[in-house]
Design a protein around this ligand. Structure first.
Ligand SMILES: Cc1cc2nc3c(=O)[nH]c(=O)nc-3n(C[C@H](O)[C@H](O)[C@@H](O)COP(=O)(O)OP(=O)(O)OC[C@H]3O[C@@H](n4cnc5c(N)ncnc54)[C@H](O)[C@@H]3O)c2cc1C
Length: 388
């Protein structure tokens, strides 16, 4: 099962040359040298998502796609350890052989890496029931900005001693360290897994529909709201819909299908609907994420309304994602959201970062944490603090 390690050492030379790491030691050597020369490194998994976040400063690529392979898998413990460059598809294939899965469905292709998924804390609709990468990551191996190899957490669920650095590194976008190995919690795959769609009359029906879904005797593993234009782009008709993903054993499914009727007429959704939603964003789109308390979801939903935009929401997390075509006026939505909800840009044109997007309130503390882990400021420079 093991793979990836033991290959020839990566070539390390003038700092301007890209490095393709095969081992953790390659990563440590590349980072140590870059720190000594004060030349920034741009960490690259499979490179699908490098245009997300503020524009990173020009830097030498440190590629991790060859640092791949499963290191350990104990089906009885539901834990798996993989090198950072392993794709989500490879993890799914290995876990699937034992009727298990990693319940993370970030947007994008299946060949994104597990390292980038943890580094960006990217989560999709399954986060409704299973949480985000912070809940799935049990332990990490990380190379910090001074070239030190650090192990956090463990390979078993009960190991929770000390500071929870695993949660700190998860979602730090490679600005505190290069993740080289990841241990995750798997889950048993449900016996049945089916998705239903319940159409909504219009945007005004959102509050009532979300309330009904919350109070019904339902325990969906995903509950996602799509607006009419997005539903139409996915081939689901032109009205807003609630997608309800039910899973479990046969008896539980029967009870849930009955409860589903309280949401009105529901019809089965196409089998590949979640794949369609994950991959719907056209290249060059601007993607913004608005959030507020879950019981304010209707308000957030309406604040995100804009011509030509597609919207979808995870009501239980209070999150609305807005996908805008390349030439759209993203500033307008940023202004509309100001003061009404939190706005985070996932992908956005460069001027938006220095214009409408205010710095995060905890930026000073975040800068001190970055200075502690990456004193030379060489890891994904510019990504966390565009003005720095
Ligand atoms: C909210 C959200 C929405 C997303 N939507 C999409 C989408 O529509 N399409 C898509 O393809 N992906 C999307 N992603 C990214 C995606 O979910 C995963 O992060 C993964 O698929 C990207 O894989 P990659 O290997 O190509 O990453 P890359 O594009 O190579 O890297 C992504 C980021 O993670 C950093 N990084 C990568 N590996 C490591 C590591 N081992 N240690 C530290 N930092 C690292 C990189 O420096 C870069 O900043 C989204 C992420 C977020 C947060």
């Amino acid at each position: 099962m093991a793979g990836g390690a033991g290959g020839p050492r990566a070539r390390m030379t003038p700092a301007a040359q890209a490095v393709r790491a095969q081992t953790t030691q390659d990563v440590a050597a590349a980072v140590t040298e870059a720190a000594a020369r004060a030349t920034p490194l741009r960490i690259v998994g499979r490179g699908h998502w490098l245009d997300a976040g503020p524009p990173a400063r020009s830097a030498t690529p440190l590629a991790l796609d060859a640092l791949a392979g499963i290191v350990a898998y104990t089906p009885g413990d539901l834990t798996l350890t993989a090198r950072a460059g392993t794709t989500l598809a490879d993890v799914a294939a290995v876990a699937g052989e034992h009727g298990q899965w990693l319940a993370l469905d970030p947007f994008g292709t299946e060949d994104g890496t597990i390292g980038a998924t943890i580094a960006t804390a990217s989560a999709g609709p399954l986060a409704h029931a299973f949480g985000t990468p912070r809940d799935a990551a049990l332990g990490l191996e990380v190379v910090t900005g001074d070239g030190a190899v650090v192990r956090t957490g463990g390979r078993v669920v009960k190991n929770v001693a000390g500071f929870d650095l695993t949660r700190l590194f998860t979602g730090s976008w490679g600005t505190l360290g290069v993740i080289t190995e990841v241990t995750v919690r798997l889950r048993a795959r449900p016996e049945h897994d089916e998705t239903w769609l319940a159409p909504l009359a219009d945007d005004r029906a959102v509050d009532a529909a979300c309330r009904a879904a919350r109070t019904a005797a339902l325990a969906p593993i995903a509950l996602e709201l799509l607006d009419g234009p997005l539903a139409s782009a996915l081939g689901l008709g032109a009205r807003a819909v609630l997608l309800v993903r039910l899973a479990g054993a046969a008896a539980a499914m029967r009870a849930q299908r009955d409860a589903l009727r309280t949401l009105g007429a529901a019809a089965p959704a196409p089998d590949d609907i979640w794949h369609r939603l994950r991959t719907v964003e056209p290249p060059g789109s601007t993607v913004l994420r608005l959030s507020h308390l879950p019981d304010r979801i209707g308000e957030t939903w309406r604040a995100a309304s804009m011509p030509d935009a597609w919207r979808h929401a995870t009501p239980s997390r209070g999150i609305v994602r807005v996908i805008l075509p390349p030439a759209a006026d993203a500033e307008a939505i940023a202004r509309a959201a100001a003061g009404r909800c939190t706005l985070i840009a996932e992908r956005a044109p460069a001027p938006l970062w220095t214009g409408e997007l205010a710095p995060m309130p905890n930026e000073e503390l975040a800068a001190r944490v970055r200075a502690a882990f990456d004193p030379a400021g060489i890891l994904n420079a510019g990504l966390a603090a565009p003005d720095a």
